[in-house]
Design a protein around this ligand. Structure first.
Ligand SMILES: C[S@@+](CC[C@H](N)C(=O)[O-])C[C@H]1O[C@@H](n2cnc3c(N)ncnc32)[C@H](O)[C@@H]1O
Length: 234
């Protein structure tokens, strides 16, 4: 696989992302300007739980996982992973990319820890969201967290991750995230046998994954979505 560098786009999110209720009672952020949301209106927690925890984290049998999240956003996937890792007794090193970090106040307004029934995780979530870029946090004896302001197109990791949560804005909003160049970057960053999960199931995305050397598979989607994608690096 050629180590191509993906072009760095000039996307900047709009400033009108506001809290919005979703069908399972949890909240997400919605922008009227671009008609885009951080999570599904059919349930923010339900979607994250299904796509990233159930089809991702729970599919990995290794007791020690190096996880990459593309798009930390509101921190919901990181929070659910922390809760699940505690329950399973897994060791997790969590790296999240976020070139456009959110203010803590807007994250607080979403009340994610309360929505997942874990108000005791307010403090660790706030620690993750307010951490400095590149600072390594040991949130529990088994869970370390680090975030980076790098765009995925700039990441140069090699065989570093067992599991990738690919949670970019939709292809209609950020088409440059769903290209073969980006999946080349991810293929290079994944360890042999590693898994990538994403809510998107589009044919073009599947083809781009395949062209990058990944092996995509359509599996049952979260509420409101027929399918989603799991892709392996062989
Ligand atoms: C759908 S949201 C992620 C939701 C998030 N995973 C959560 O649990 O709240 C997409 C995220 O991708 C981030 N993003 C945009 N461009 C990016 C890039 N080039 N590389 C990495 N992340 C990017 C956005 O700032 C946004 O936070």
């Amino acid at each position: 696989m050629p180590a191509t560098t993906a072009p760095v786009p000039d996307f900047t999110p709009p400033t009108d992302f506001m809290p919005h209720p979703t069908a399972d009672g949890s909240r997400t952020l919605y922008s009227e300007t671009i008609g885009e949301h951080y999570h599904s209106f059919f349930g923010a927690v339900a979607e994250s739980e299904h796509v990233y925890i159930d089809k991702g984290f729970r599919s990995c049998v290794k007791p020690h996982l190096d996880i990459l999240e593309v798009g930390l956003g509101t921190g919901l996937n990181a929070l659910l992973t922390l809760a699940e890792a505690q329950q399973k007794g897994s060791i997790v090193n969590y790296m999240a990319l976020e070139p456009f970090p959110l203010e803590l106040d807007i994250v607080r307004a979403l009340q994610h820890p309360e929505a997942i029934g874990r108000p005791d995780l307010i403090e660790p979530l706030e620690a993750m969201m307010s951490a400095h870029m590149e600072q390594v946090l040991s949130l529990t004896p088994g869970f370390t967290f680090q975030k980076s302001a790098k765009r995925i197109q700039e990441m140069d990791a090699v065989k570093a991750f067992d599991l990738v949560y690919f949670d970019a804005f939709a292809p209609k909003v950020q088409p440059e995230m769903w290209t073969v160049e980006v999946f080349n970057v991810l293929h290079r960053a994944m360890k042999p046998g590693a898994l990538l999960v994403t809510y998107c199931a589009k044919g073009d995305v599947r083809r781009a994954m395949r062209d990058a050397g990944l092996v995509p598979e359509l599996v049952q989607g979260p509420p409101g979505k027929y399918k989603m994608l799991k892709a392996r690096r062989t």
